[in-house]
Design a protein around this ligand. Structure first.
Ligand code: ZN
Length: 94
C-alpha cells in the first residue's frame, strides 16, 4: 500500500512537469467582483446583495472565497456588520 502511494507520487513528479506543485493546481485568478462591475454598489440596507458574502452560518467569507480585493473586502466586511447591526442579517445561524 505504502509502496503504491510512493510510486504514484514518483510518476506524477516525472511526467515532464518540472514546476508541478499540488498546492497551486488548477488555481484560477479570481477578479474582484466590485472592481469589475462598476454599477455594483455595496449597500448595507440590502441584505440580499450581502448574502453572497456570508456563508450559511452567517459568517463573512474570507477573501479567498469572495475573490474581492483588499479594499473591497474591507467594504464588504463593514457593510455586512452594519447590516447585522440593523438586524437585516443574522450574527449567527443555528
Ligand atoms: Zn475590488
Amino acid at each position: 500500500m505504502a509502496d503504491k502511494k510512493q510510486n504514484n507520487r514518483k510518476n506524477r513528479m516525472n511526467n515532464g512537469d518540472e514546476d508541478y506543485n499540488p498546492k497551486f493546481r488548477k488555481m484560477r485568478k479570481k477578479v474582484c467582483l466590485l472592481c469589475t462591475d462598476k454599477d455594483f454598489v455595496l449597500d448595507y440596507k440590502n441584505p440580499d446583495q450581502l448574502k453572497k458574502f456570508i456563508n450559511e452560518k452567517g459568517k463573512i467569507l474570507p477573501r479567498r472565497a469572495t475573490g474581492a480585493c483588499a479594499k473591497h473586502q474591507r467594504d464588504i466586511t463593514i457593510a455586512v456588520k452594519r447590516c447585522r447591526h440593523i438586524a437585516m442579517l443574522p450574527y449567527a445561524e443555528n
